[in-house]
Design a protein around this ligand. Structure first.
Ligand code: RIB
Length: 293
């Protein structure tokens, strides 16, 4: 079973011809209001890839809450650990350029009220895979990682958004997943970082694929799908969710990473984070088009 501990947002998405510079206004197309948040996105990606998923998080008592939770509930993510708080639902302002690149600012709202003690002890056992990110209070995430490890479960931490984490936590983390800029913010020595983790550090590089630096000093490289991106929002979240789902369903790390890479490419083919996330059959089909590693 996958336990996701993280953020839930409503995403305002504005298509723009190009991303604005500081101080610049660009005229965009019609906005869309879609479900998002790194925690919710990763939970949904794992669910669509075939895993049983429970999400712990928070929304506000406002009209955005229903939008933020709609896809999760439709797709069967267990939301019984999602609390509603007297705070606004988290909201992300996202600009997406014609090239599919984005700029994101998040107003966390209720996400900052998420607490580790909402997760009951009986959900944690050696079969638990925790997926966490850094859009909810990092000390709550760190406390949950320690609890999961004490019960023998595995922890996948996505270092997004890039924030410092307690280096004493590294030996408790199985897989740390970061994009290139997040990984560079943490350390210029991926091999050294990997050596402190239980399994390794995975660095995603968009169109250039992904690399896994394993704790035993070895390295695996994975290609990306050749695609023409429409919107890369949520591609990293899809990678993390599908990686964890594949591990939960018994795949080897190498097979799980290849599957995650294919799924992340598919997630770039439509606008929005959750709207574009593939299901297991689409991932299976895309695997045939993934170049050899
Ligand atoms: O990773 C993409 C997500 O980041 C968006 O859905 C947005 O809500 C922000 O959390």
């Amino acid at each position: 079973m996958i336990l996701t501990f993280g953020s839930i947002n409503a995403d305002f998405i504005v298509p723009v011809p190009k991303l604005p510079q500081p101080g610049e206004t660009v005229l965009g197309g019609s906005y869309e209001l879609l479900p998002g948040g790194k925690g919710a996105n990763q939970a949904l990606a794992a669910r669509r890839a075939g895993a049983d998923v429970i999400l712990a998080g928070a929304v506000g008592r406002d009209s955005f809450a229903g939008i933020a939770l709609a896809s999760l509930r439709n797709d069967g993510v267990d939301t019984r650990l999602v609390h509603d708080l007297e705070l606004p639902t988290g909201c992300a302002m996202i600009m997406v350029s014609r090239a599919g690149e984005n700029l994101i600012a998040v107003a966390p709202g209720a996400n900052m009220g998420v607490r580790c003690d909402w997760v009951p002890e009986d959900l944690l056992d050696p079969k638990t895979i925790l997926i966490a990110q850094l859009e909810v209070p990092p000390y709550e995430t760190q406390a949950l990682i320690r609890r999961v490890r004490r019960r023998g479960g595995r922890c996948v931490l996505n270092l997004a958004p890039a924030l410092p984490i307690d280096s004493a936590l590294l030996p408790e983390i199985d897989l740390l997943v970061a994009n290139e800029s997040e990984a560079a913010m943490m350390s210029t020595d991926p091999i050294g970082t990997a050596g402190r983790l239980r399994q390794g550090l995975v660095v995603t590089r968009g169109a250039a694929g992904a690399s896994a630096f394993l704790s035993d000093g070895s390295r695996l490289d994975f290609p990306a799908l050749a695609i023409d991106p429409v919107d890369t929002t949520g591609a990293g979240d899809t990678f993390v969710g599908v990686l964890a789902a594949a591990l939960d369903l018994g795949a080897s790390l190498e097979a799980a990473l290849r599957r995650a890479s294919a799924a992340a490419g598919l997630a770039c083919l439509a606008r929005g984070a959750q709207t574009a996330m593939p299901g297991a059959a689409a991932i299976d089909a895309a695997m045939a088009h993934l170049p050899p590693g």
